[in-house]
Design a binder for this molecule. Structure first.
Ligand code: SF4
Length: 415
């Protein structure tokens, strides 16, 4: 397999020791983005191939807070086209989601069509292996090859809380450049010796050592608070954050969300290694009154069991796809569980690969729990589909639409 080195310096970098970040708000997605981008000289992009990487990793509409607003993507595309760049838009979504369906749902297909821009399903071609020389949790990544075909990579995430990683912003959005299911590998790593942080957080900071955007445009038009990345609540903010240093842009977005970026492990670890600046004292934010646009985002519960106390959730080293499935199931069908379990009981639901044992009668969720299938009710899938959990429990015919997109991918569709 091929080894490639990826990271190149941003052609837009002003002062690496005191990076600039611009915040624009109050004018709608397109105008906010255009105004914030005017703080930069994009002329180095002339004649370059620019890949825009929004967050279209799930099937969700504009305004849901799940996916990047298409008018933010449109404004970035227009700015680069004006600068003489050759622009494309690419994504590799979560397992079970078809890229073009996600683009369609988000409204990104339309803005690409209007501008005659290619929309790239980055999962379509075979991966390229990239070494991670400073990696503590990972030593290589399987990368979508389209990333290497472009000169400039622009991260365009939507501003979200994340139940595993604190937030998902410009750095975390790069995980959508990892090939197909290899994203899940980052959720399945063993603990890293000498670190208190989760291996997932360490792996994301490892990833940032080789895969950082040359420009970050963070869409806070409508973000997501609470149970992000997919089962939270929409949070309208009408703001866009633009920065060349992705860590600095993320730090500013965190402040707008009412969070200290130093409390976000993958950002803190990456900044400690010198991949970017988090210290607000060393970030030049414009305009001066930018913090007037801040509005605290509700945090995700640290323990899902708190939100669903009638169910005993046994989570050992699961990944967010299975957790999204579980959340969706509990929110849609949680009450129906008690049609099949005694009211006074507290049904056990297990997910993740780390269970040595589970209690008899446990609902085992996802292929990671397959070895405990004899103990109770097993719902296959990686991730499984939420509606099938109820079918399995009730013993009714399963709608075994395994080729259809998983409910985890449609987690925005809450009743
Ligand atoms: S079964 Fe669930 S926890 Fe295991 S890898 Fe698949 S999605 Fe992740």
């Amino acid at each position: 397999m091929e080894q490639k080195r990826l990271l190149t310096e941003s052609p837009f970098l002003d002062d690496a020791r005191r990076p600039g970040v611009c915040v624009a708000g109050g004018q709608g997605a397109y105008m906010n983005t255009s105004e914030a981008l005017r703080s930069l000289d994009l002329s180095p992009a002339k004649g370059k191939r620019v890949l825009l990487k929004p967050n279209a990793g799930r099937i969700a509409p504009m305004g849901s807070g799940v996916v990047t607003n298409p008018m933010v993507v449109a404004a970035v595309a227009d700015a680069f086209i004006k600068a003489g760049a050759v622009v494309a838009i690419g994504e590799s979504p979560i397992a079970g989601v078809q890229t073009h369906e996600a683009f369609d749902a988000a409204g990104i297909t339309e803005i690409a069509r209007e501008r005659n821009l290619p929309l790239i399903d980055m999962d379509a071609r075979k991966f390229v292996v990239v070494g991670v020389p400073e990696g503590k949790a990972i030593t290589r990544l399987k990368l979508c090859p389209d990333v290497l075909d472009h000169d400039i990579l622009v991260s365009i995430p939507v501003m979200k809380m994340h139940m595993h990683t604190g937030v998902t912003l410009a750095i975390k959005n790069m995980k959508g450049c990892l090939w197909r299911r290899s994203k899940v590998d980052l959720h399945m790593l063993p603990p890293v010796e000498g670190y208190e942080e989760k291996s997932l957080d360490i792996a994301i900071s490892d990833m940032a050592g080789v895969l950082r955007p040359h420009l970050s445009v963070i869409d806070g038009t409508v973000g997501m608070e609470g149970l992000g990345p997919s089962a939270g609540s929409a949070k309208p903010l009408d703001v866009v954050v633009v920065g060349v240093d992705a860590f600095a842009a993320d730090a500013v977005a965190c402040r707008l969300m009412g969070i200290d970026a130093g409390d976000v492990p993958h950002l803190r670890l990456g900044a400690e290694r010198g991949y970017g600046v988090l210290d607000m004292a060393h970030i030049a934010v414009t305009p001066e009154n930018w913090l007037a646009r801040a509005s605290p985002f509700a945090k995700p519960p640290s323990d899902l069991a708190l939100e669903f106390p009638r169910v005993k959730i046994l989570d050992r080293q699961s990944c967010s796809a299975c957790q999204s499935t579980l959340l969706l199931f509990l929110r849609r069908y949680g009450d129906k569980l008690f049609d099949y379990f005694p009211e006074e009981s507290r049904p056990c639901m297990a997910l993740g690969k780390g269970h040595d044992e589970v209690p008899v009668g446990t609902i085992c969720l996802g292929n990671c729990t397959a070895r405990h299938r004899e103990k109770g009710i097993f719902i296959p899938g990686c991730p499984p589909v939420a509606s099938e959990i109820l079918h399995a429990i009730s013993g009714t015919d399963q709608n075994d639409d395994r080729d259809a997109h998983s409910d985890a991918g449609r987690a925005w569709d809450k009743e």
